[in-house]
Design a protein around this ligand. Sequence first.
Ligand SMILES: [Zn+2]
Length: 257
Amino acid sequence: MDSRYLPNLSWTTIRDLEKTVGVVVLPIGAIEQHGAHLPTATDALLAERMTILALEKLPSEAKVWRLPVQSYGKSNEHLGFAGTISLRAETLMMVLHDIASSVAASGFKRLCFVNAHGGNSALLAMMAREIRIATGLMVFNTFTNAGAPDPVEIPELEAKFGIHANDWETSLVLHLEPELVDMTKAIGHYPNVPDGLIGLTSGAAVASWLTRDWSESGVFGDPTLATPERGAIRLEAATSALAKTLLEISLFGVPHE
Ligand SMILES: [Zn+2]
């Protein structure tokens, strides 16, 4: 029995957990287009599976529990592609607020979002502080790789523009769920961003991009680089970094508290 999966426990067991230290983890992904070669569940799948694998790496005494994955995220940059199911920003804000309030009411002290979808990031950063103020929980925000660098060598263009349905995501799903990937449909595409001050993810100014303006296939990156082996190397690096981060969060306290 996976006792780190909070819904596996009874309410009395959860009530009686020692919670002075410890963190509840909410994996959050998206259901959205990921090119013709990857399932729309890619981000939800990666959020859940990478969280599970990270928790398996923790020492047995670590107090880290996970909630079911929040599969639906804010994916309106991909609207216009079939299968993209997006929550409005205000809906996701209310969902996060209600989950966090329930976590706080159950007596936990720390909550961490493990996010697999870039389109959720700005909202999660904002909500982390809103929830901190509203509930008293310490709230943390991390990505599925916990900020760890890509351990696999990639071309410059992939590093700059490989942000969606790219080599990284494709290799991870190829390793975890190969039957969900159709590599015969994988095609590379980099957005044609004019040289200048304006970028899509960084730059003097950042354009608020919509996928349909920049990529007919829905891909930003080169998924043809992906192999299950590259996925295995990346998964190991990312989940090790995530495990270390969650362990530190579980013990974290503001010095004056
Ligand atoms: Zn994705």
